[in-house]
Design a protein around this ligand. Structure first.
Ligand code: G3I
Length: 377
């Protein structure tokens, strides 16, 4: 009898323990993060500046590690920085950035190989400042791409090979690359990048991709390159959007159009300025009033504007999720509001609120909603 009683107490005790463990498991469910919520849909990435990839911005680094599973270099791999003179490369910051990605198990994207902007001044001209011949430019492009891509072979998932080569009306940008080599500079860049690292993914990246002219021209470009047997893995839609542009339907049409080429789509530089657009043709009679109008929220973002901003960002995110069968990565162009290039462009010294985390490194309301919804699912 005594033995039976003891057995009963032990069984009841075990059941209680199991119950308690289950309850505590439910309570200590891991805190949701962007990558835990979105990771089964697409890579969720962020652009890192060198304060972050060197570890100096510890708050920024914590956010990157916690919320993102992919990174791209905001500036340190651009030609001007990485290849400032013909016979001199500067890999210090790029090495640090790639190592940060490896150390933290992040998917690393290289940005960018051929771009008219932030181009080292020597790249397309001779010592007298005249455009070099097509043969010389081809050789310089090849050397640059082979050296940079070759250095990180096997360590970088993919490269923005050509950046911003097409205009909104579908014509080619009149860059030095175009002046010297014509349209052929784009396929050449893709060919060299593939030679340098045959396993790396290769992307064409551009902004204002919702314009019909640009959309059609990029679709044609990708189809033509694919028809020639060149590797093109994705079209990068930068996604620098504003409170009033673009129309979501136009943006969606471009996602669908780019996907129709068989390439993936990536949202590569997502941010949304909360500030008024700059009308460059305005007659600036009163500069002080004009400046105030351009920088209307120097302290904080009013609730009404914040609500509108968050609603629109959520709409974009919903659109990305809707098309997650063709979108392979969504990358924010910076960690927190203080890091954003929008604070200095197109007008210097404004205070913008363009990113997913605020200046105190807190998630914006639409990000919080996304995380909270995942708990109640
Ligand atoms: O590092 C120098 C510093 O030494 C110098 O004292 C200071 C003075 O202006 O400039 C610093 O460099 C700045 C650099 O960012 C690093 O902060 C440059 O002036 C500034 O022009 C540069 O802006 C970058 C811009 O590209 C031009 O390269 C932005 O941070 C970066 O967000 C932006 O990113 C581009 C993408 O690569 C392509 N798509 C558009 C996107 C936005 O323009």
């Amino acid at each position: 009898m005594k033995g039976k009683k003891l057995l009963l107490i032990m069984v009841a005790g075990a059941a209680l323990c199991a119950c308690a463990t289950r309850t505590s498991q439910a309570v200590v469910k891991e805190e949701p993060t962007l990558k835990s919520v979105l990771g089964d849909k697409f890579l969720i990435g962020v652009a890192m500046n060198t304060f972050q990839s060197s570890g100096r911005d510890t708050n920024g680094v914590n956010i990157v590690k916690k919320h993102f599973n992919a990174i791209v270099a905001e500036n340190c791999m651009k030609c001007q920085t990485i290849h400032p003179q013909e016979d001199r490369y500067n890999f210090r910051q790029a090495d640090e950035f790639v190592k940060f990605g490896e150390d933290n198990g992040l998917t690393v994207t290289g940005h960018c190989l051929i771009w008219h902007s932030q181009l080292a001044p020597w790249f397309c001209v001779d010592k007298d400042g005249n455009n070099v011949s097509p043969e010389v430019l081809k050789q310089r492009m090849k050397d640059h791409i082979m050296t940079v891509v070759g250095r990180y072979k096997g360590r970088i998932k993919g490269w923005d090979v050509v950046n911003e080569a097409i205009m909104e009306n579908g014509s080619y940008r009149n860059s030095k690359f175009y002046q010297i080599l014509g349209e052929e500079f784009i396929p050449l860049a893709f060919q060299y990048a593939h030679e340098a690292d045959p396993d790396a993914e290769l992307y064409y990246n551009d902004y204002n991709m919702h314009f019909k002219g640009k959309r059609d021209a990029v679709v044609k470009l990708v189809n033509d390159m694919k028809a020639r047997g060149l590797r093109v893995d994705a079209v990068g839609m930068q996604g620098h959007v504003g409170m009033n542009y673009p129309d979501l339907a136009d943006f969606e049409q471009s996602i669908v159009a780019f996907a129709s080429t068989g390439a993936k789509v990536m949202i590569t530089e997502w941010d949304m300025s909360a500030l008024p657009e700059v009308n460059r043709t305005a007659n600036i009679a009163d500069t002080v009033a004009f400046r105030k109008a351009l920088n209307p929220y120097p302290v904080s973002l009013p609730d009404s504007v914040s609500e509108k901003w968050n609603k629109r960002m959520a709409e974009f995110m919903n659109l990305f999720v809707k098309h997650s069968d063709v979108i392979s990565r969504v990358t924010a162009w910076g960690v927190s509001d203080g890091d954003s290039w929008k604070n200095g462009f197109p007008v210097r010294g404004r205070k913008d609120y363009a990113l997913l985390f605020d200046r105190d490194y807190q998630p914006k309301p639409f990000v919080k909603d996304l995380l909270e919804k995942s708990i109640t699912k």
